[in-house]
Design a protein around this ligand. Structure first.
Ligand code: ARG
Length: 702
């Protein structure tokens, strides 16, 4: 054969499945047939020999996977980047491959220790030589990509592998001649899929189905218009045939038991260099610093998980573990991301965990000026509930009105910064963009502090029924403290409070001065008043628990009555409304805000149907709260959660654990979730409060 294309192969003399390092090997240890493997390998060998030259490396005992020469290294021209295997089971192959490359006169590049890269198994040249596709996520480290780019002077495009069945790039991705690409999109994350779509035009992309993918159809050897593979579906054969490729199927079942097929068994060692192509890698690295109770509060794990889950990679440069229980730890972590965009996303999440740049790299914020009212610049920093500082003219400035999901507006003249909702932005406002010069203050508790916190027994957890009483006891104590210190408790409540018989208990809490503001929607007020006026709630008799004839009209009659009075307060004044939650609010001057919604009947005159105004009323009533009690209203409770800065205690009671989890997931000590019937909760709470004695005198109704 006259071709100058060369491949390296390794005869299967010692091949077997001896261990499990990928999902294909599971259940297949010593299950492959030696004879069949030898026969299959030779068939492949002969097919390739018809189209190219095949070099052989001497097989070695003790390293059965050495047949998979794709993992020997990555060759371009006369250079080779030697593999560093991720699993110790394969590290024994490295010296043999190294020796072979050296004997052949290649210039061998070796990666630093502990930076795994598995050669052409995870790095595939575009067949036109324009760039290198490199995989990461399982076997190869993202940080190797810039090094490879430099050594081989080529642009590297990083692709993140997500499916452990496709642990090497060549198991799910196969660049073909003429710019075609055979690949299985399901093996990649969305960022990588986007990158593939950007580089390979639609008509050149051949996306295969899972059925072909698990037959290793992408693990193919492509020589000009020939594609050699284990097996392809008729559909795929047709598809490839239609664009001029000729398929040669050759069974490789025995090697699939180790997780490899045609491509894995070969290494192309003649890859042409294109003169005009040069080094490039979108991969970026940055160093962050973290300080605090990194281990006790789980912050370091959160940070590292977030980096990996977000498509990045990390290297812990230093970790100083505080030795005493109360001493803090500090760490420096190098974060690597496949692109600038991913880096910015990771950094903003890390900032929310309290990460800082190293001191020498701290700089001022970047800002952009708002040009259209109510619209922020694209790259604006989205705030969290945590206290935040921004660096303006080399000074850290505390952000005012902290809340989540806002933009930060800075004023350099007054050296102030504040959270502003998008809709409140005005042309000329300077909005913080990017991730530079922003830090959040995460108060992390040491073990000691956490244990003495009165709310710590729950952490951010969700209670089981048998713990409810204990929780209620603690909450009662807390409410009493706040009342005695003339603090502020805000209650958000849904209509379930009434349906479950909690109305009388909540009324009592208001009467006795435990509640300083009440937030809800139209429904809780309607049902409370229906119960006060007619003894039913949505037409159900609250004493007997049965539907009253014609009862479904009750709530409309009640709405009508209050509408006639003009407001709930007027109804109390006029002696129409004489009991219930809202009666107590009016009598005890406890302000309330009712936010309307699309499903409201009426509404009551007090219900604010302008939602922007309703949000503002809520925000005003929440200000200065010490504790927020959220009673069975997902909608209003989440709304309130979004407006509330860190540091305000929250107690969320709901029968649905999902609601509780969502709301109590705000960091360790400040939120408590109680999964229980809200009527039961309120009755237990009132009982507990009765048991406590206090010198505090209840103000007489006005
Ligand atoms: N058992 C080998 C491993 O898990 C199979 C390698 C397949 N090679 C490849 N380039 N995909 O490492």
């Amino acid at each position: 054969m006259s071709s100058t294309i060369r491949f390296l192969m390794c005869p299967p003399d010692y091949y077997d499945v001896d261990y499990v390092i990928n999902p294909w090997m599971e259940g297949n240890v010593h299950k492959s047939s030696r004879d069949r493997a030898v026969e299959q390998w030779h068939q492949l060998f002969h097919i390739i020999k018809e189209h190219a030259i095949v070099d052989l490396v001497k097989p070695q005992p003790g390293v059965p996977d050495m047949v998979f020469t794709a993992n020997a290294g990555l060759v371009l021209g006369n250079n080779v980047v030697l593999s560093r295997f991720y699993h110790k089971e394969r590290q024994g192959e490295e010296p043999f491959f190294k020796q072979w490359f050296e004997e052949q006169g290649y210039r061998v590049y070796e990666l630093p220790k502990d930076l795994p890269f598995e050669g052409a198994g995870d790095a595939l040249f575009d067949r036109e030589g324009r760039w290198l596709w490199a995989g990461y996520g399982f076997r190869s480290e993202l940080e190797t990509h810039p090094m490879i780019a430099r050594w081989l002077d080529i642009e590297v495009l990083s692709l993140r592998l997500m499916d452990e069945r496709f642990y090497h790039l060549d198991t799910c991705f196969c660049p073909l001649s003429d710019g075609y690409l055979l690949y299985y999109p399901g093996a990649f994350d969305s960022y990588s899929n986007r990158l593939i779509e950007l580089r390979v035009p639609n008509e050149k992309r051949i996306a295969i189905k899972e059925e072909d993918a698990v037959n290793f159809a992408c693990n193919a050897v492509n020589i000009d218009h020939i594609i050699i593979l284990n097996k392809a579906s008729d559909e795929l054969k047709q598809q490839l045939g239609a664009v001029g490729f000729q398929l040669i199927e050759t069974p490789l079942t025995e090697f699939m038991k180790a997780g490899g097929a045609a491509k894995c068994l070969t290494l192309r060692v003649t890859e042409p260099i294109r003169e005009e192509v040069h080094a490039g890698a979108a991969v970026e690295s940055r160093v962050i610093r973290m300080e605090g109770h990194l281990l006790d509060a789980g912050l370091i794990n959160q940070a590292l998980d977030l980096i990996v889950e977000g498509g990045g990679s990390f290297q812990v440069l230093s970790f100083n573990l505080g030795e005493q229980r109360q001493s803090t730890s500090s760490a420096e972590v190098k974060v690597t991301a496949p692109s600038h965009d991913v880096m910015e996303t990771l950094m903003s999440q890390l900032i929310d965990l309290g990460a800082l740049p190293p001191p020498q790299e701290v700089c001022d914020i970047n800002y952009e000026v708002v040009t259209q009212a109510g619209v922020a610049p694209d790259d604006f920093y989205v705030t969290t509930i945590y206290p935040t500082e921004v660096r303006v003219k080399c000074t850290w400035v505390r952000v005012q009105n902290q809340r989540m999901d806002a933009a930060i507006v800075v004023d350099e003249e007054t050296m102030t910064a504040q959270c502003k909702l998008l809709r409140d932005l005005k042309p000329g406002d300077r909005v913080v963009v990017g991730v530079e010069g922003i830090r959040t203050i995460r108060k992390t508790e040491s073990r000691e502090q956490r244990n003495t916190q009165e709310f710590s027994f729950m952490g951010a957890g969700v209670s089981s029924e048998r713990r409810v009483e204990l929780v209620v006891e603690q909450i009662a104590w807390e409410l009493r403290q706040i009342r005695d210190q003339r603090g502020k408790v805000v209650v958000t409540a849904g209509p379930v409070v009434i349906h479950t018989g909690g109305g009388e208990h909540l009324s009592k809490l208001i009467r006795e001065g435990y509640v300083q503001a009440l937030l809800g929607g139209n429904a809780i007020a309607v049902h409370d008043i229906e119960q006060a006026l007619l003894g039913t709630s949505l037409g159900v008799d609250m004493k007997r628990g049965v539907s009253v004839r014609g009862g479904h009209r009750h709530h409309l009659k009640v709405i009508n009555t209050i509408r006639r009075c003009g407001s709930i307060a007027n109804a109390v004044e006029q002696g129409v409304l004489t009991s219930g939650i809202f009666y107590e609010c009016v009598r005890h001057r406890v302000p309330f805000a009712l936010a309307g919604s699309i499903r409201d009947d009426g509404p009551l005159p007090d219900t604010q149907m302008d939602l922007i105004k309703a949000q503002e009323e809520y925000a005003r009533l929440i200000q200065g709260a010490d504790l927020i009690l959220m009673l069975s209203s997902m909608l209003h409770s989440i709304g309130v959660g979004n407006m509330t800065p860190a540091g305000v205690k929250m107690v969320c009671v709901d029968i649905n654990p999902a609601v509780v989890t969502k709301l109590s997931d705000r960091g360790s000590i400040e939120s408590v979730g109680v999964v229980t019937d809200v009527g039961l909760f309120l009755s237990l709470l009132v009982q507990q409060l009765n048991k406590l004695t206090s010198p505090y005198q209840i103000a007489q109704p006005v």
